[in-house]
Write a protein that binds this ligand. Structure first.
Ligand SMILES: Nc1nc2c(ncn2[C@@H]2O[C@H](COP(=O)(O)OP(=O)(O)O)[C@@H](O)[C@H]2O)c(=O)[nH]1
Ligand SMILES: [Mg+2]
Length: 329
């Protein structure tokens, strides 16, 4: 018994250390956005004592420059102006706190609309089917590698389905990730109907007793209507083979593409039944404010953030951690 207790404590300590490490890496990943947002807010505030229209206008510019988006920024400013008029916001500290609170509220509101923020694989669903969608180059395949590793480490039997059969290289790239993470992969020759590869994978997952099936998909945009029809067909196949599948459809959005990425995301929302967002390449942009625009305008929870190209560069997105990361505390 004693030994067991100790190992639970050890596990908890290990978990805490891991979380701290992730938190530190996340902070580093959003450093450029922090400079563009919080540091610029400080510059706007420097040497001022009172809140006037000029100050609020400058603040508006800073928020838009960080890619928080015009609509979202105007709403934040409206709330702030109301607070100023009602004398609830009387000084610069209160103003900064109000902005932080607004950003957090937006991110948390979208969180509540969706599923829990951890990959909680229900006991009674097998396989739990996760489809990963998004345009080419946003980081789908890389995210699948990272997710496979993570979900496997959480004690699940994972299988990957290579349903991006459009590009020959896509399957090879996925095979490298599968090998690296020690997760089996179902693939077929280039050009095969993606729904057929998915069908095979669902059968294989059932036969093997895999707990989670992660499905890579194509993302070519120039034949948009075909792509959307293809995704719909895949969803039909999934739901026919496994009740409630796909249980999760994650839309991958590249933070570097900012407002363009948001526009592309809207195309997918029309058909793909997206349940959450993976925001990749947060480490490569000073415009990480896009997370707020996504949460507000797409009203979907950001489940994970990509913070690099390596297998453990994926963190569960945490709104509080994100806002703290942006404001340097
Ligand atoms: N810096 C950085 N690069 C990433 C991240 N996620 C993916 N990438 C890179 O983005 C490029 C495209 O990724 P890929 O997974 O092939 O995108 P896909 O076309 O959507 O499958 C690759 O060079 C990846 O290494 C991330 O979180 N941070
Ligand atoms: Mg790919």
């Amino acid at each position: 018994m004693l030994g067991l207790d100790r190992s639970i404590e050890e596990l908890q300590a290990q978990q805490a250390a891991l979380e701290q490490e992730f938190s530190a890496r996340f902070r580093r990943a959003v450093a450029a956005t922090r400079e563009s947002l919080a540091d610029r807010i400080d510059t706007v505030f420097a040497g001022r004592k009172q809140i006037d229209e000029e100050l609020l206008d400058q603040l508006e510019e800073v928020l838009i420059a960080a890619d928080i988006g015009v609509t979202t920024t105007l709403e934040i400013l409206e709330t702030v102006r109301r607070g100023v008029a009602r004398k609830q916001i009387n000084d610069l500290d209160a103003l900064k706190l109000a902005i932080k609170t607004e950003l957090l509220n937006i991110l948390q509101a979208s969180e509540r609309q969706g599923v829990a923020s951890e990959t909680t694989v229900p006991e009674n669903v097998s396989p739990y089917v996760m489809m990963i969608v998004g345009v080419n180059g946003v980081g789908k395949t890389t995210t699948i590698g990272k997710l496979a590793q993570r979900i496997k480490a959480e004690g699940n039997d994972v299988l990957i389905c290579a349903a991006d059969t459009f590009r020959a290289a896509a399957s090879d790239q996925l095979a490298i990730w599968a090998e690296r993470t020690g997760v089996p992969l179902i693939q077929q020759k280039h050009g095969t109907d993606p729904a057929a590869v998915l069908f095979d994978s669902l059968k294989a997952a059932k036969a093997r007793g895999s707990e989670v099936l992660i499905v890579d998909t194509a993302g070519r945009l120039h034949t948009k209507s075909n792509l959307m029809a293809e995704l719909e067909k895949m969803k039909r196949v999934a739901s026919r083979e496994v009740e409630g599948a796909p249980h999760e459809t994650l839309l991958v959005v590249d933070a570097v593409t900012g407002q363009n990425g948001l526009e592309q995301a809207r195309q997918f929302l029309k058909v793909a039944g997206v349940t959450g967002i993976v925001l990749t390449k947060l480490d490569g942009t000073a415009k990480g404010g896009i997370a707020v625009a996504i949460a507000k305008e797409l009203n979907l929870p950001i489940r994970y953030a990509g913070i690099g190209e390596k297998v453990d560069d994926l963190v569960v997105f945490n709104p509080q951690q994100y806002v703290d990361g942006l404001f340097g505390n």
